[in-house]
Design a protein around this ligand. Sequence first.
Ligand SMILES: CC(C)(COP(=O)(O)OP(=O)(O)OC[C@H]1O[C@@H](n2cnc3c(N)ncnc32)[C@H](O)[C@@H]1OP(=O)(O)O)[C@@H](O)C(=O)NCCC(=O)NCCS
Length: 174
Amino acid sequence: MRDWRRIEAIQIAHRDWFRKWEATNPDGPGDFDFRALVRNSIRQLNAEASIPFVIEYQGELVGQLTVSNILHGSASTAFIGYWISPEVAGLGITTIAVALATDYMFQVVGLHRIEIDIRPENASSLRVVEKLGFRFEGTKKGFIHINNDWRDHSVFALIREDVPQGLLNRFLNH
Ligand SMILES: CC(C)(COP(=O)(O)OP(=O)(O)OC[C@H]1O[C@@H](n2cnc3c(N)ncnc32)[C@H](O)[C@@H]1OP(=O)(O)O)[C@@H](O)C(=O)NCCC(=O)NCCS
């Protein structure tokens, strides 16, 4: 709950940066309520359905990385989503954050598969999964309501066997 004001400040200050890639409500525009969003994240965390990480750079919150739709048991899978402030874009911060979170989910939580879904127009986000060697698996038609319409998404994934030495280790040593 300490973080919601900082998240709100970044999101409000850079509307043009985020709008194009932002999930929207198919039933019509809602109000931004970042405190409610953080509360919901905590609820999801307590239900073990999601892990909301913040991304820090030089001790400052600069973005979020959320592991969502966590399934244990025979699926042992989850999705990763992320955003970062344009003030620190292009420094490789999100790429490192995704590697750290993927390793945590495989090695500590014990998941087997991580999926990241990206609009084919989102060149910056596509570079994140490309640099990390996520596998392209196909297209989900009209998968998520983004920027006021149902958008196709390219599916990228890794399974634990792809990175026996860890994803961060593979990324840094290639
Ligand atoms: C996608 C995003 C999280 C990438 O974060 P990042 O920390 O900048 O990631 P990286 O530094 O590894 O850069 C990834 C690519 O972004 C591009 N990039 C670099 N600087 C950039 C800038 N100032 N503006 C836009 N894109 C930039 C480059 O193609 C870069 O690839 P490269 O390392 O081969 O040059 C960030 O652009 C973002 O928050 N975008 C808005 C929200 C969003 O799209 N979320 C993802 C939805 S799937």
